[in-house]
Design a protein around this ligand. Structure first.
Ligand code: NAP
Length: 199
């Protein structure tokens, strides 16, 4: 399969690419790095990138920015970062990707553990992750041409402990290689409308 991994140069995306690359053709897309670049917050940029890549069999999104910070000080602008980038960015990958994905193909989006297990400072991320998971559940019913869609909700990756560890007291970090298996299940399996929690 030709598999596009948006965020394929990041911590989650690299683990996913490593798990899929032996059996599949991988196209890595990043904001500043990868085989192609795009900005998921800009639908015109997404379409240009898809035009460059051409037809593909599966799209994995492991990208999306969201604000973390004490709710007492959170502003409208900070909430909208995640809504525009992680939420609408991934939704637009699906909306626009429908024109490029082959029959029977799959979309796999990324939410995160704070969607169902919030930590201090995660309000913006919890909001976005919950929305993504319900988008996937509902969209699965209506996708045409045998297309599938799932979402992976990773716990904090071992590889991300140095950056985010302080936000997740008491959480058991998950190796990227184990998180990647959920993406393999989504892409190479047959399920749709699922949220895979890897914690
Ligand atoms: N890491 C974790 O422990 C963890 C746990 C749960 C959920 N998640 C979620 O997983 C996703 C990826 O996290 P990560 O830790 O792998 O992040 P990361 O290491 O910062 O990597 C982000 C990736 O996305 C690309 N990217 C960033 N902004 C983009 C944009 N506007 N348009 C297109 N591509 C963009 C980056 O490309 P460049 O490198 O070229 O900028 C990079 O490939 C996030 O949504 C995060 O919330 C992560």
């Amino acid at each position: 399969m030709k598999i596009v991994i948006v965020g394929g140069t990041g911590t989650v995306g690299r683990a996913v690419a490593a798990a899929l690359q032996e059996r599949h053709e991988i196209v890595r897309v990043g904001r500043t790095s990868g085989d192609y670049t795009t900005d998921i917050a800009d639908s015109a940029a997404i379409r240009r990138t898809f035009d460059g890549i051409g037809r593909f069999d599966a799209l994995v999104s492991a990208a999306g920015k969201v604000h973390y910070g004490d709710f007492a000080a959170v502003t409208e602008k900070e909430v909208s970062i995640g809504l525009q980038d992680k939420l609408m960015g991934q939704v637009n990958l699906v909306l626009l990707g429908r024109d490029y994905i082959a029959d029977g193909g799959s979309f796999t989006l990324t939410s995160g553990v704070v969607g169902h297990d919030p930590v201090r400072g995660s309000v913006c991320a919890s909001l976005v992750n919950g929305a993504l998971e319900y988008f996937v559940r509902a969209a699965a019913f209506e996708l045409p041409r045998g297309l599938r869609i799932n979402c992976v909700s990773p716990g904090l990756l071992v590889e991300s402990l140095p950056v985010f560890g302080d936000y997740f007291p008491g959480h058991e970090p998950v190796p990227g290689a184990r998180v990647a298996l959920a993406y393999v299940k989504s892409v190479a399996g047959h399920q749709t409308g699922q949220v895979y929690h890897v914690i």
